[in-house]
Design a protein. Structure first.
Length: 356
């Protein structure tokens, strides 16, 4: 299959200006008010890395696996006049690196543009969250990469100020077929120091506040994704259970350290409706490190109360700008990622306008 790539000369001319456009648009979004959060916090920007070494406690009699993950994402809310409803843009980039036994390492990438509408139903305890998402998942992002289209619908019932229940449905046109998953969630402020929140089967988190600078807890997450390759698709089903510590350097800047173990992991390859192969891999320990710009409900965190002040994000992006430039100039695939983001963005705008 012939693949078309953007030349480096094109990237040098358009990529740098594209980065400036992204930063300007981000600043404009972040200058607006934050959405009223259903969970204890909202990560406006998040950078995370996970490493799975070839070591573990259970399910260790299969093929050796080393797995690494990198993700960069944002949540950019724009509130309506009532300060309760919002549109949330959540673009992200992620990559996986997988090595089974002593085989050649395989790399997979994703650029995605989810857009959500959070809407309260007036004079009731009900609210809805509708999300549309378009993504490009491949071993290399380029103009021939197929798009996956999916979405979620969640209905929430606020029983009281401390407890909210959620029910919904997630659907995605994965490369292995249509993926449909019912959802059930909770947002429970147990007391001033303890929270339980999440939407299963995707994630569930328990959080305990030590003081304004330190939080710890336990978390579960489940991941199902599929990526195109030259022979069909690569699919990962990952379940992680771990303990974490959040350290707030100030009111918004958070370092997250997490460690745990995977369970019932599966990595499969195949051709849609034709064949599939299970790599039969081990479960491993995992170690996760992330940095986030976080706005907590009620203004908690390491700097006292009060609403989040998004103008501080501008300074953070200014500090991160040299890092972005270094990544672009030293990564031979960077121009492909930028081109992929442009393609995904254009496709989503067409989808969104059609649905109006």
């Amino acid at each position: 299959m012939k693949r078309i790539y953007v030349r480096n000369t094109d990237y040098n001319r358009a990529g740098k200006s594209g980065m400036i456009e992204v930063i300007i648009i981000t600043i404009l979004f972040l200058s607006l008010s934050a959405v009223t959060m259903a969970q204890p916090y909202l990560d406006i920007a998040n950078l995370k890395y996970t490493n799975n070494p070839d070591a573990g406690l259970v399910n260790r009699n299969k093929n050796k696996l080393q797995l690494r993950y990198f993700g960069l994402g944002t949540n950019l809310p724009i509130t309506f006049n009532n300060k309760k409803d919002a549109i949330i843009f959540s673009p992200f980039f992620e990559s996986w690196a997988s090595t089974v036994n002593n085989n050649k390492r395989q790399n997979y990438y994703s650029v995605a543009l989810p857009v959500s509408l959070s809407k309260t139903i007036r004079d009731t305890s009900w609210s809805i969250l509708v999300t549309g998402i378009i993504r490009m998942n491949d071993s290399s992002i380029n103009t021939k990469t197929k798009m996956q289209v999916g979405g979620a619908f969640i209905v929430s019932y606020k029983r009281n100020e401390q407890l909210t229940w959620k029910l919904g449905l997630y659907v995605n046109n994965d490369l292995f077929g249509l993926f449909v998953m019912p959802l059930a969630g909770i947002d429970w402020r147990i007391n001033e120091r303890n929270n339980l929140f999440g939407v299963l089967p995707g994630n569930l988190t328990y959080e305990h506040k030590i003081n304004g600078h330190f939080y710890y807890g336990a978390t579960f997450r489940a991941i199902t994704n599929s990526y195109a390759n030259t022979n069909g698709y690569w699919r990962i089903d990952e379940n992680q259970l771990g303990l974490y510590l959040d350290t707030y350097f100030n009111k918004n800047l958070v370092l997250n350290i997490e460690g745990g173990h995977s369970f019932f992991r599966k990595i499969r390859t195949g051709v849609k409706h034709v064949s599939k192969y299970d790599a039969d891999v081990n479960d491993n320990f995992y170690f996760k490190l992330s940095v986030a710009y976080r706005v907590r409900r009620g203004g908690g965190g390491g700097g006292g109360g009060g609403p989040g002040r998004f103008q501080h994000i501008i300074k953070i992006f200014e500090k991160l700008l040299p890092l972005f430039h270094y990544f672009i100039q030293n990564n031979t695939r960077s121009h492909r990622y930028i081109q992929g983001i442009k393609i995904a963005g254009h496709g989503y705008l067409e989808l969104f306008i059609t649905g109006l």
